[in-house]
Design a protein around this ligand. Sequence first.
Ligand code: FES
Length: 149
Amino acid sequence: MDNASDQWTKELQELILAEDRKIFSPRVIDNYLKPRNLKEISDPHGVSVITGPCGDTMYIGLKIDKDRIVEIGFLTDGCGPTVACGSVLSQLALGKTITEAAALNQETLLIALGGLPESHLHCAKLAVDTLHQALKNCENQGGESNAKG
Ligand code: FES
């Protein structure tokens, strides 16, 4: 790319970001620009992949040690707010026991995110549903008890 098109791209990105800042909270913007725990987990104790009603998919993988989430990763092909939901939810869940993480719900995630517009509430539900299923799969696979050592 030449300098003129570099500059044009930069200006366009800033314009889009300025519009997003009118709609989304600073925490949502920060987490979709710099997602935490955006990774696949190798040899997970629990994993889940769910496609929401909008057609977007989320993956969550977990590693458990002594009943606690010691590693968590998410991936998604969804929108920016979905990336922010996976990122913030992964930070909320990391270090929690399986029972504590299972108690995280759409409302707790929305509060942590600083809210989402009505049209994106389902992004938070997709993230929470995917986490809950990954936790269930941990227990079904005996990951919890195996990981207790
Ligand atoms: Fe589908 Fe965000 S728009 S999960």
